[in-house]
Every structure is written in C-alpha cells, then in structure tokens.
Design a protein. Structure first.
Length: 249
C-alpha cells in the first residue's frame, strides 16, 4: 500500500506549501499529510493562536493510522473495512482525549471542540470521514462531488462522550482529484469555479492551487487559504508491468 508513486499531494497552510509527510499549523487550523500512506488530515479549532487541541487531533490521527497500516503498506489486498475501522478507532481516541482534557478545564474556559476531516486513500478507492463542518470534495469525470457533510453540525470532537461519525467510501481512479479545505473557501469561490479549475489544471496541482489562491485573495481572504489537493496519477510501476507482459509474449 505504498501510494507515494501513484498520488500527488500538495498542502498549503499559513502561505506555505509542502508535499512531504508533515504537520503544519496556523491560527486555529492544522494540516497533516502522509503521502506514503495516502493519508490527509485537516483540523480546525476555535483558538486564534496555535490550537493545541486541533494539532493534537491531527497528530493522533497520523500516528494511529501509520501504526495500524504501516505493516500493510505493500499489501494490495487491504480491505476498506479495515481502513474504516482504523479511522473510527482513531476518531474515538481523539474524542476521548479531547473530552478528558475539556473535563479537566471545566469551568475555566469554554470548550468549542475540533472539526476534523480525514481521507485515507487505498488502491482503487478512498475512505472519507468529516466530523464537523470542513469540506471534502472529489473531482471525477468532470463532476465535483461533496463527500460527507457540507454544513456545520454540532458534533465536533471533544464535545460529547459519544461520537457520531460516518465514513464514506468512493472510487478513486486515475485522474481523480480530492480537495480538503474550509467551507468558507468553497462558498466564496463557488463549486463551479473549483470544478473548472481542477478540470483545466488536472495534471498540474501547483497551477490549480495558484488559481485558487488568486481568486481567494480577490475575495478578500487575508492570506492564502488552508487547503489540501491530491490527484491520482498513472504509476511507472504499472507501466513497467504492462511492458514486461508484452516482452513475455
């Protein structure tokens, strides 16, 4: 399940872009990616400074998924049910940790909870879960589809002991693109603009991101938006396998 050669990821936060395994944060928002696992996580807290709860949420998710899936990284038979179970368990771990921290601070400060969107890519499909109001979109076949919820619901992490979460499974084929970002960016720029941009620059994520940045700044965003874009690309390994089969005939 080593997906680094079959996907292309570019993440942006605090006006900084990165493509390798990392966690970056800005005021209230945290981005984490692991291209080798095909894992993308976006979290949003309520603090205007560095949000410890959002950062810890992303850190736990990345650590849990790597611990659970690292041993199967080259296993093409990894099932969606196993991936979904790993995501669910990690979300429960995060929720329990945040709720415990909130109880310790009870009466001292308001607990706002954390929005979190996570996407785990597999060989031919994805598992996506959105707890809160963050936007997760899939561009496939010239259509832009919202995955999970598209509106704010009071089910953020760390608010209640019981967590309600739904994992959505979708195909993820060559040329398909995923986008994780804040709902504000989607509402301001519009689905049509994002769809056309991803279609026009489907083979160049950096150029697509540049177009989104330019439009966001024109819509009075104070800085470049927090966003993760991922595209399924054709792998050289697949090409070599096809070529080797031709040589053997």
């Amino acid at each position: 399940m080593n997906l680094k050669d079959s996907i292309s990821i570019v993440a942006q936060i605090n006006n900084v872009q990165f493509t390798e395994k990392d966690i970056q944060f800005s005021s209230g928002e945290v981005v984490g990616i692991n291209p080798e696992l095909g894992l993308m996580v976006l979290a949003q807290g309520e603090c205007q400074a560095e949000d410890a709860a959002a950062y810890k949420s992303v850190e736990i998710m990345l650590d849990d998924m790597e611990l659970n899936l690292k041993s199967t990284i080259n296993d093409s038979s990894l099932s969606s049910s196993m991936v979904d179970r790993c995501i669910s368990e990690s979300l429960e771990n995060i929720n329990e940790y945040l709720y415990f921290q909130a109880e310790r601070k009870a009466g001292l400060e308001k607990v706002d909870g954390v929005d979190l969107a996570v996407v785990q890519i597999q060989q031919n499909n994805i598992s996506c879960c959105n707890v809160g109001s963050l936007s997760c979109l899939r561009f496939s076949g010239d259509e832009l589809q919202v995955l999970g919820k598209d509106s704010a619901i009071d089910d953020k992490l760390g608010i209640k002991t019981a967590l309600q979460s739904t994992i959505v499974e979708k195909d993820f084929s060559e040329g398909d693109t995923l986008l994780l970002t804040s709902p504000d960016l989607v509402s301001q720029l519009g689905h049509d603009f994002i769809r056309v941009t991803l279609s026009r620059f489907n083979d160049n994520l950096e150029m697509a991101l540049r177009q989104i940045n330019t439009r966001a700044l024109r819509h009075d965003f104070e800085q470049k938006p927090v966003i993760i874009i991922c595209r399924r690309v054709h792998t050289m390994k697949q090409s070599r396998n096809w070529f080797n089969k031709m040589l053997n005939h």
